[in-house]
Every structure is written in structure tokens, then in C-alpha cells.
Design a protein around this ligand. Sequence first.
Ligand code: ATR
Length: 295
Amino acid sequence: MPNRHNPYMTDRYAVVGNPIGHSKSPEIHAAFALETGQEISYEKILAPLDAFITTVDAFVGGGACGINVTLPFKVEAYQYATYRTPRSVAAGAANTLRFEHTTSGLQITADNTDGVGLVRDICINLGHAITNRRVLVLGAGGAARGVVGALLDEQPASISISNRTVDRAHDLVNQFKLVNSRVRMEVVEARQLAANQYDVIINATAASLNQSLPPVPASVFAKAGLAYDMMYGKVDTPFLMLAADAGAVTADGLGMLVEQAAEAFFYWRGVRPTTAPVISAMRKEALQLNRDQAV
Ligand code: ATR
């Protein structure tokens, strides 16, 4: 398919972040493009911490059609857009931008596909229901804000938010109560967690980044159907290890990573790629890498 801005160029996309070396997005989108027969290019762009906008402007000037945005630029990307999808407004951040040259100038639309990526991974790939279930979200930062809207859309029985800094949990709950007042939302302090039961427990804290454990008692997992860490890395996080030891079904964020990418691809190209082969290929690759490093 010719470039939307220049028929002699391939449609260009990229992931922009800092750091960016570790990003799996180019290989995920290359697999989607191959599978769907879409002719696109997808690259990694390292933006200096103080130059996200100029970096993106330069890419747009080079004929870009869209970007994925990763840490630490998701809020800046959201603010940079000229239009915003409702789910990006709820998140207050964008992981996807789409660029369109219209008669009235360049239109930059912000979207956020993280929440839908998480929900699809939990409900479709892992086969755990959210509707009518009790959901616990650990964390109240950007990652949590990015997914709570999509969780609410599934009409769970309740969403409880627990965060190290309790005030931030209250802010998050108050914000989303304005969006959806039908689902019960509450703040639960860490010391009260053991007294409650949840069907799905999601770690949306940044604790796993440095292999630490958010404040959560092991007993909370005993009757959980699913413990999900939005982080994805080479080794299991302390959160997942604790959950597995306590008898919960566990999942890391690899499926979410692929699903949020698929939703972005769909948003840009209007074609939905099949995700299962990409998830299993990446899982195999990660296992192989671990084995190679072990010998
Ligand atoms: P992100 O965009 O990744 O969510 P953030 O907005 O800085 O980043 O939020 C990080 C989240 O992880 C917060 O909920 C933070 O808790 P606080 O609000 O109390 O800071 C949580 N977090 C980070 N490190 C943590 C740790 N070691 N234990 C528990 N929670 C942690």
C-alpha cells in the first residue's frame, strides 16, 4: 500500500522512548505486517529526554504515519496531540499517535491501547473473566491509570485499588468514579488486603522494574483466579513468584505487550492481526535466551 502522504514511500511507523534499545515493538509489528500483508516500515527512535517533540516533528516531516510511545513520554505525547480518543483521555496519556495530513493541516490523534491490550490478554488469551469478578489493582501511577478505564468497561463486580501512597489511590478512584459510577470502586490499604478476596489481581506498580515486591500479603493470592504482572522480563517478578507459591495462576505482561501493539496496528491500518503466533514465538525466544544464558 502506498504511503498516505507520498505514494512513492512505504508507510513509516516507529516506537519512541528513552531508553528504547530493549523494545520488542519492531519485531512485533514486522510480524503483524507480514501476516496481514501490509507494507510498512517500523523503527526504534531514541528521543533525548528533553526533546520528544522535536524528535517526533522530525519523524513526521519524514512522512511518518504513526508512532508508539513508551516511557517516559506517554503524557507528553498525549499533550502533543490535536485530537484525543476517549480512552486516552481517561488514561491522561498516549501510547499511540496517528498522523494524518488533512486539508486543515496535520492532525495528530492520541490513543491509548494499553487497557484494551490487558483486557484482551486476560479474557481472550488467558481465559479469565473480568465481568462480575472482583478485581484488585496494585498501583496508582500512570500504568494503573492507563488500564482502569478498560477494566471498568468489562463491568467487574468491583475494582479495588491499593497503593503504597494511599492518597494517590484515592485520586485515581475519585477520577474514575466520575467516568463510571455503576461499578463499585474502593481504596484498600495494604494492611487490609489479607481480609479481602479477589478473582483477578493486577500488579500495575513499577516495583517489578527493580525486582521488588509491592506491599501485598501472600494470603491475598490464595483464592485469586489470576495474578497478572503488567511487567514482562527475562525472569519472574517477586510478585509472580509470591503468587505462584500461594497457589494462584500467574501471567506476565508479554501478552499485553503484543495485544496493545495489535490494537495500535488496527488503529493505524484498519486490519486486526492475529496475536497468538506472535505471543508464542516471543515466549519461545525468551525461554531459549534464558536457556542459552544458563549454560
Ligand atoms: P508508572 O507510569 O509506571 O505507573 P508512576 O506514575 O511513577 O509510574 O507510578 C509508579 C507506581 O508504582 C506507583 O503506584 C508507585 O507507588 P507510589 O505512588 O507509592 O509511589 C508504585 N511503586 C513503585 N515502586 C514501588 C515499590 N517498590 N513498592 C510499591 N509500589 C511501588
